[in-house]
Ligand binder design. Structure first.
Ligand code: LAG
Ligand code: CA
Length: 455
């Protein structure tokens, strides 16, 4: 098995959905850098239509770096400050389409149907709608017609490719290290390849392709351009955590019909499926409380794909009406409870599980799988780490093999080891000379220990 990333650590990125550039810079310095997050996926940074809804960001008006997130100077400042603490910035690049209808953008540019400062009608495909049945049987319409009425760019044209490459190169020149290519399924893979051939450097590319297994356009068509989102991971994990048995998960990944691990970007939920958009499915979200934390612990402990932690904004109880009105960081304090911000990435269990993944990435394998046939599971990552997850209300009590050397270990999900390795602010787990531990994990809880959390 190969990891999707060629470097060992860090191993996880976070989507700070709708966070503004100043908040993200603050978050890199105060939390993400110190906790070992690799990168942040930011909301689209270029000019979008005016409006308060979150989804206005997915209707581009121009490629000026000016958005609800902030202006160009604030964006550049964020990239530099995050880079200084070891955190990369990945941009959500909306390149399949432009805004629908007519209106005005947040940088003041006006547009009418298929007529923008940088594009005219000849740069777009002919108008036709993508119908729901097209997803199953008509790849041409999926890629050449309009996604929810958005003006569909002719990504085969040289002018469009050059214009898009100029936008992406501008981002690269500002220090951006990766890109999520929005709506990739709606662009022929070859068009994306032609655009990327004009992009400088080698930014990490991940393509958003929703493929639940029965689509006319399949995720595998995009492997040669970079990583691809594995939406089956999200829906299957949701199904299992909500209504199945964790014992099923011992072979989670390729054996479940998913793409090879090294091609995949995975997530418990994303900004679309958590609110019933974009493929949806019965996914686990912040609204599920502890269950959500446990699902993230599994994703982060289990060696499959490049994981993305979701950090959400509850837009007025999941309707599409709202948008953010307040900064997350205010007067030196973080406000993760007001105005809809959720900050899942700051939960002890989730941030602790990132630490676990970072410290076990050398052993890209599962060993000593244990389950009770139901909803209690445990496994080791070579001799690097060990995790136990209890999705039952009763305690998990068993003597199991950890694969670790004998000693006392600090559970990184409930606390942390002091820098002199003398103290653990969380639970201490004992491993015997035989590598065994006597588990006693309370209901709806988990523990994780690794070679570098030994007292
Ligand atoms: C994506 N990936 O392929 C984004 O992850 C997803 O969030 C985007 O849809 C979509 N593709 C286009 O980039 C979002 C909302 C849509 C919204 C769209 C454009 O989920 O609901 O559509 O952004 O703003 C909205 C209205 C539609 C309307 C459309 C055009 O909701 O009713 O037809 O705008 O005016
Ligand atoms: Ca298209």
């Amino acid at each position: 098995l190969a990891s999707p990333l060629t470097y060992a650590a860090p191993t996880t990125f976070v989507h700070l959905f709708e966070w503004n550039w100043q908040d993200i810079a603050n978050e890199c310095e105060t939390f993400l850098g110190p906790k070992g997050y690799a990168a942040v996926q930011v909301s689209p940074p270029n000019e979008h239509i005016v409006g308060s809804q979150w989804w206005t960001r997915y209707q581009p008006v121009s490629y000026q770096i000016q958005s609800r997130g902030g202006d160009r100077a604030a964006f550049a400042n964020m990239v530099n400050r995050c880079q200084a603490v070891g955190v990369d910035i990945y941009v959500d690049a909306v390149i399949n389409h432009m805004a629908a209808g007519s209106g005005v953008g947040v940088a003041g540019n006006s547009f009418t149907t298929k007529q923008f400062p940088i594009y005219s009608p000849q740069d777009f495909h002919e108008t036709c709608a993508i119908n729901s049945e097209d997803y199953g049987n008509n790849p041409w319409r999926v890629q050449h017609c309009e996604l929810v009425g958005l003006a569909d760019l002719n990504t085969a044209s040289n002018y469009v490719q050059d214009t898009l490459a100029r936008f992406l190169n501008d981002l690269v020149s500002l220090g951006v290290k990766g890109m999520r290519l929005d709506a990739s399924k709606h662009m022929p893979s070859g068009d994306i390849a032609s655009i990327l051939a004009k992009v400088n450097g080698s930014p990490l590319i991940f393509q958003e392709v929703i493929d639940q297994g029965s689509e006319a356009v399949s995720a595998s068509e995009y492997f040669n351009n970079g990583l691809v989102t594995e939406f089956k991971y999200s829906t299957e994990l949701g199904r299992t955590f909500k209504a199945g048995k964790l014992a099923w998960l011992s072979q989670f990944g390729e054996a479940w019909g998913m793409m090879p691990s090294y091609n995949a970007v995975v997530f418990v939920d994303n900004h679309d499926n958590q609110r019933g958009h974009g493929g949806a499915g019965n996914v686990v979200t912040f609204a599920d409380g502890k269950l959500y934390e446990l699902a993230n612990v599994f994703m982060l402990a289990y060696p499959y794909g490049y994981p993305k932690v979701m950090s959400s904004y509850n837009f007025h109880h999941d309707t599409d009406a709202g948008g953010p009105t307040q900064s997350v960081h205010q007067n030196g304090l973080i406000n993760c409870t007001a105005d809809g911000w959720q900050c899942e990435h700051r939960k002890d269990m989730i941030a602790g599980a990132v630490d676990f993944r970072n410290n076990t990435s050398a052993a890209w394998q599962v060993n000593h799988w244990w389950d009770n046939g139901n909803n209690q599971i445990a496994f080791a990552r070579g001799a690097e780490g060990f995790v136990a997850i209890n999705r039952e209300s009763s305690p998990m009590q068993a003597s199991v093999q950890t694969g670790l050397a004998a000693g006392q270990y600090c559970d990184v999900l409930s606390g942390r080891l002091s820098s002199d390795k003398q103290q653990c602010s969380g639970e201490v787990i004992t491993v015997s000379n035989e590598g065994l531990t006597a588990l006693n994990v309370s209901g709806m809880n988990a523990i994780a220990i690794h070679k570098n959390s030994r007292l």
